[in-house]
Design a protein around this ligand. Structure first.
Ligand SMILES: Nc1ncnc2c1ncn2[C@@H]1O[C@H](COP(=O)(O)OP(=O)(O)OP(=O)(O)O)[C@@H](O)[C@H]1O
Length: 407
């Protein structure tokens, strides 16, 4: 049996077609084996040699990583970009790497950026919905700490570069959303009749540099401010001006939202971005006294007090609360420790109104004097004066006769 197989094999080996077939089959087997080996090695290399970091656009680190890449021009060779409308100016476009993987070399290491956009999942609030985006950054034979350093550098660039104005963060469902930079405003642009705006600026400047001072005295490094006064007297404008002057971000917590809970509020205060000024505007809209205010909305009065001075509250941040109704606030909310400095912004008289007039019509001194005289002893909110001047923005002579404003 074995002999006849050997004879048959000997004969077949003389057949060119048979030998060719065997050769081809062997090459196929070798190639398939090589492919499997390559795949296994590839997987091993991929698992061992690549460090990766994934991040999505709900996180400030996402913005910082983008800023770092932009500053270091790591993606200048990208061939496929995606153009989107610039949200601040009509008609101009922003260009960013298109979804997919983009390769680049940085510091001698091969890296890639993979961008994914999920149009079905939205992030941001109702006014600024945008698709969820995920970035994966990979580095061959690199260290995770290198990518973390890139993000930290991006954060530093964000904090020190020439900004359009303070970054506004708004607390959404469980995270701080970067709404964007808002126009810078100087403290001098906030019209007040005394030196209160300057005093609060000096106080806040001292506070942000006083970490050591607080630590030596064993006092929590926190400071609260309460801005109160009628509508349109500059409470929000003052917050913006303070953040602009001190190069801080603004982290706005809206506690009047019906779906915000005590837990959200605590979480929001604990996770507020660094170097920011936290604002809770219209604090009276929810609480008008301890009894009346208890659980009218999602946040309870005790929840608010605990969030403000709870153990977990972040150190090194100022909290500004605003109200149109100082008299309605519970003393517990505005006592020192929670609201250390009270700033009243009131209606303004003719000379302050004239300062606004001068800003609108810098070359019309006679009209300004006429305007001031016409206002006499009447007092208005700066918002009312501003509205009048805007209405007459192209006609200083008409603006100088504010008869319609006077009751
Ligand atoms: N003191 C002020 N100096 C300069 N502009 C002011 C001042 N107060 C109000 N304005 C102008 O009026 C508008 C509304 O002001 P702002 O929102 O700061 O007032 P507010 O006191 O926070 O009002 P509200 O209590 O209704 O929220 C802004 O456009 C701002 O430019």
């Amino acid at each position: 049996m074995f002999d006849s197989f050997q004879i048959w094999l000997g004969e077949m080996m003389l057949n060119d077609i048979f030998v060719g077939g065997i050769a081809l089959g062997s090459i196929g087997i070798v190639m398939a084996a090589a492919r499997v080996i390559m795949m296994l090695v590839g997987r091993l290399v991929s698992r061992r040699a690549w460090v990766r970091l994934t991040i999505d656009n709900r996180s400030a680190a996402y913005r910082h990583l983008c800023l770092w890449m932009e500053t270091n021009r790591v993606l200048t060779e990208v061939k496929h970009v995606r153009a989107t409308d610039n949200e601040w100016s009509n008609g101009t476009l922003d260009y960013a790497p298109a979804p997919g993987r983009h390769w680049f070399v940085f510091g001698g290491s091969l890296c890639y950026l993979r961008r994914e956009i999920d149009e079905k999942s939205r992030v941001g609030g109702a006014s600024r919905q945008r698709p969820m985006e995920t970035l994966e950054i990979g580095m061959l034979f690199g260290a995770l700490s290198t990518i973390q350093d890139w993000i930290a550098e991006g954060a530093h660039i964000a904090a020190t570069r020439d900004r359009r104005g303070p970054m506004l963060h708004v607390f959404k469902e469980g995270y701080w959303d970067d709404v964007g930079e808002i126009p810078r405003r100087s403290i001098a642009a906030v019209i007040v009749e005394d030196d209160q705006a300057q005093r609060v600026l000096d106080d806040m400047r001292w506070f942000y540099d006083a970490s050591e001072w607080y630590s030596v005295r064993g006092v929590p490094w926190r400071r609260g401010y309460l801005f109160h006064g009628p509508p349109g007297t500059g409470k929000s404008s003052l917050i913006r001006a303070l953040a602009s002057e001190l190069d801080l971000d603004i982290a706005a917590l809206d506690i009047s939202r019906s779906n915000i809970t005590d837990e959200d509020l605590r979480e929001g205060l604990m996770s507020a971005p660094r170097r920011c000024l936290i604002s809770i505007e219209d604090v009276d809209s929810v609480f008008t006294g301890r009894d009346a205010g208890e659980r009218r909305h999602g946040v309870s009065f005790s929840g608010l007090l605990n969030a403000i001075d709870g153990v977990g509250s972040q150190e090194g941040r100022a909290l500004v609360m605003t109200t149109n109704h100082f008299e309605r606030l519970d003393p517990a909310l505005i006592r020192p420790g929670r609201a250390d400095m009270h700033v009243e912004l009131g209606l303004v008289g003719a000379s302050a109104a004239r300062a606004l007039f001068d800003r609108f019509f810098p070359d019309h001194l006679a009209a300004a004097a006429e305007f001031e005289a016409a206002l006499g002893t009447h007092r208005f909110s700066p918002a009312t004066i501003q509205g009048w001047l805007l209405w007459n923005h192209d006609n200083p002579e008409a603006a100088a006769q504010p008869g319609e404003l006077i009751p």
